[in-house]
Design a protein around this ligand. Sequence first.
Ligand code: F6R
Length: 240
Amino acid sequence: MKVIVCQDYAEMSVKAARIIAGQIISKPDGILGLATGSTPEGAYKELIRLYENGLIDFSEIKTYNLDEYYPIKPDNDQSYRYFMDQHLFNHVNIKKENVHIPSGEMKNPAVECKEYDEMVEKDGGIDLQLLGIGQNGHIGFNEPGESLYYETHLTDLTENTIQANSRFFASIDEVPKQAITMGLGTIMKAKKILLLASGKNKHEAIAHLLGDRIDPQVPATLLKVHPDVIILCDKAAYEG
Ligand code: F6R
């Protein structure tokens, strides 16, 4: 794992966008795995700026998002579909048919999750997977547990995650209790992984990730065995 520590959120976001832009330039028809949440917002903003300046082209890029609340309608302003449209897709020349986000309205999650993994495989696998990290060490919505899921699946959110994400909702009762998420196998099959972390509240998770144990109670620690991971964080997340 390569660790890059930035001064602050702004520097981290610009560096993240440069890495993603480099991937787009080196493989214009590549596959990006994308994340939502507060952390990548700055990187998406910078990617839009690079696009507007004619430096990157999304016309042949395909994307697969990590996760989506369940159940949730795509036009709900807290859905990850809505987030991605607002923060990236509506502002760049990506083709609608090249965007994939797990549906928050799946009728048969077991079957449709399997189809999601099959689509990723069929497209040739993810070239660069962008990740945030939960305060509890989750990646995607792979929550701490005694064992971890390999494939895309429907999962219960932990109290910690519901609490952390309630900041986006009018009240904690409105936070969905479940989500569809790529499993750790799906994430680990990405050729490259870029994990972003910003702020003191991510320090504990980052400290575990940089420690010497792989612990299912901190799912991100599984990344230690991936051959090509960059952890891009700010000083607050690194030093606490
Ligand atoms: C979102 C996702 C989550 C977030 C994590 C951190 O697609 O997969 O794992 O990356 O919950 O969220 P923020 O960035 O809001 O702190």
